[in-house]
Design a protein around this ligand. Structure first.
Ligand code: ZN
Length: 400
């Protein structure tokens, strides 16, 4: 049975209001790069202000801001109070080269679908968390523990917002966290790590008619790519995430047909599973690279462009069980936990906090980064109900 106060908060959920708020967020272009998340943070701040809640826009870099808001628990003085952190990123990926049928910043609604860049990944999740907080407040609910929202800049490139939140100690007291990345409202408890490497081979230029006078940097890189095919990771198969992967994403080199190229660069995207040590992978690949470059007389370099560890929470953790129980209570469905391949700000928070992290948001994982990205509006409203009920159940309600 739903607590009558929570029921009251649920009844405040207004579809039009929720859709309008999401549309306001979609209308702001926060494509990263450059991000420009400050404008999104300010819209969230003024929305919460209208509901009588104070939010802090916290600048990370000029034009790049996080936003933080809180429903302080009545037990906040108590060091053992529970602190639930809701987090989501405010930036989006670019709209891409494929033309959209719907305006990426229009928030057009067709039936139960609302279109726009960031509807799924993840302004839908962000809006739902902000609204859950607002409805709890408007229903006059006093939580025992503290509910905090952290909207972050920069997740799509380098997680600079989450890094600032961690460095500034803004979630150090967290005891549990929910990240509203797209999961179709299913409970994800693990995601892969990301290790992006920029690799460069250096040769010696010469006239293309006399290649023996030079050292061909592209040849060196080609041999390295060939060797990568037989490279095998050291890892333990993960029950939810399976095996690590590697993708050669970009290769660049050479200037003209008749010039021996003296430089070739490669961008490698490695996705790891829990237990893999990224530094070891970098060392092994460095050895492999040197072993192909040396015999050719080429030089080489590996630079780490992105280094985010995998995230995993024990499926038996009480917070995960409570989340699943809340889903069952609301929707009557038994939702098994699973893992995802994409990474989240959880990579920054996870090692820093050591708390259970649930990844659960209303967006559709397969639509992230796609043209004509959309969100199911029913799922969006359901996620507000979920966040609101979970916060009340986990943090406890002060009986008045
Ligand atoms: Zn995302």
């Amino acid at each position: 049975m739903t607590n009558p106060r929570v029921q009251k908060a649920m009844e405040l959920i207004n579809e039009q209001e929720a859709i309008d708020f999401l549309r306001d967020l979609i209308a702001i272009n926060s494509v990263n790069p450059p991000g420009a998340e400050a404008a999104v943070a300010e819209v969230i701040q003024s929305h919460l202000a209208r509901a009588g809640l104070r939010a802090e826009v916290d600048e990370v870099l000029p034009g790049r801001s996080n936003v933080l808001a809180e429903l302080t628990g009545v037990a906040a003085e108590n060091k053992d109070q529970r602190v639930l952190v809701f987090s989501g990123h405010l930036d989006t990926v670019p709209t891409g080269n494929i033309p959209w049928k719907h305006d990426p910043f229009g928030g057009e609604r067709v039936g139960n679908k609302m279109y726009g860049r960031g509807t799924t990944d993840m302004k839908g999740g962000v809006a739902a968390m902000v609204l859950a907080m607002e409805y709890l407040h408007r229903a006059g609910i006093k939580l025992q523990g503290t509910l905090r929202f952290a909207g972050t800049a920069g997740e799509e490139v380098d997680c600079l917002g989450a890094k600032a939140v961690a460095a500034r100690g803004q979630v150090d007291d967290a005891t549990a966290m929910v990240i509203s990345e797209p999961s179709s409202n299913r409970p994800f408890i693990a995601h892969k790590g990301a290790l992006w490497l920029d690799i460069v081979t250096y040769g010696k230029t010469a006239h293309g008619s006399m290649p023996e006078q030079g050292v061909n940097a592209i040849t060196a890189m080609a041999r390295f790519i060939h060797e990568l095919e037989s490279y095998s990771f050291t890892y333990e198969h993960h029950a939810l995430l399976g095996s690590p992967t590697m993708n050669v994403g970009v290769i660049q080199g050479g200037v003209k047909t008749n010039v021996v190229p003296d430089q070739c660069s490669l961008m490698l995207d490695i996705r790891t599973v829990p237990g893999q040590v990224h530094a070891t992978i970098v060392d092994e690949l460095k050895q492999l690279l040197i072993s192909v470059c040396e015999p050719l007389g080429a030089q080489c370099e590996i630079r780490v462009a992105n280094d985010l560890p995998a995230v995993t929470t024990d499926a038996q953790h009480p917070f995960i069980a409570l989340s699943q129980g809340t889903m069952q209570h609301l929707w009557g469905t038994e939702e098994p936990v699973s893992g995802v391949n994409y990474y989240t700000d959880g990579s920054i928070y996870g090692p820093h906090l050591q708390v259970p992290i649930l990844i659960c948001g209303p967006g559709e994982p397969t639509l992230a980064h796609q043209p004509d990205e959309w969100i199911d509006t029913e799922r969006y409203l359901d996620s507000i109900r979920f966040y609101l009920t979970l916060a009340a159940a986990y943090l406890g309600i002060e009986e008045q």
